[in-house]
Design a protein around this ligand. Structure first.
Ligand code: AMP
Length: 219
């Protein structure tokens, strides 16, 4: 089972992806997380792409495809893969399709998280992650259960992403509208596009996502 999560930055795909991993035992591949890891490891790729990532520009298609292939090889036995933040261009979607097809696989469903722009800014400017395990939170929508303590690992240190600031947020929207939104008609034509309203309570969004996945598994 291969599922792509699509949506503007801040639409909640990362959080919902974490829930899918928990419920279905799938793995989640986030190219944004992989790139941030490369940057923090100061790898050759990380050093080369740091500036682009931190200014909200899309990095070259082949770079993210390489990261995806390497990670898929590491998890070749997984029963399902959630792609979070990838593909982001039609060229990436075609590369992914070709790669999956070489493994005898395909994309089974694409879930679009639909949310209006105002709530996106509110979500992005209030989000933070645990510095230890990376669990994601939001001061308004998903605070930690105990103030200042990570629900998952108990860590007390938190970080805010370097690209969650007003100028970069605007650039990331622009990239989404110019490039990634073109994936909607691409996948719609293939009859695998599903939409969820992402402006609802997180649990309700999760229920709607599960409904879609259960239907795809059952079909
Ligand atoms: P994200 O965590 O998905 O919001 O990604 C953070 C940043 O990483 C983006 O603003 C881009 O600079 C870069 N990035 C992540 N995924 C991709 C991708 N599939 N294609 C190109 N750039 C990406």
């Amino acid at each position: 089972m291969n599922i792509v999560l699509l949506g503007a930055p801040g639409s909640g795909k990362g959080t919902q992806g974490e829930y899918i991993v928990e419920k279905y035992g799938f793995i989640k591949l986030s190219t944004g997380d992989m790139l941030r890891q490369e940057i923090s490891n100061k790898s050759e790729m990380g050093v080369e792409l740091k500036q682009m990532v931190q200014s909200g520009l899309l990095v070259p298609d082949l770079a993210v495809m390489t990261l995806i292939e390497n990670n898929m090889k590491l998890h070749s036995n997984s029963k399902g893969v959630i792609f979070d933040g990838f593909p982001r261009t039609v060229a990436q979607a075609i590369l992914l399709e070709e790669y999956l097809s070489s493994l005898g696989k395909k994309i089974d469903a694409v879930i679009e998280f639909v949310v209006d722009e105002e709530s996106l800014v509110k979500r992005l400017s209030n989000r933070f992650n645990c510095a230890g395990c990376g669990a994601s939170y939001n001061k308004i929508y998903k605070p930690t259960k105990i103030d200042g303590v990570c629900d998952v690992c108990g860590g007390k240190e938190f970080v805010v992403r370097a690209d969650d600031n007003a100028d970069v947020i605007r650039k990331r929207f622009e990239e989404y509208m110019q490039q990634t939104a073109l994936l909607l008609p691409f996948y719609d034509q293939k009859k695998i596009l599903h939409k969820v309203v992402a402006d609802l309570a997180i649990d309700q969004v999760a229920k709607n996502v599960n409904f879609i996945i259960d239907n795809v598994i059952g079909s």
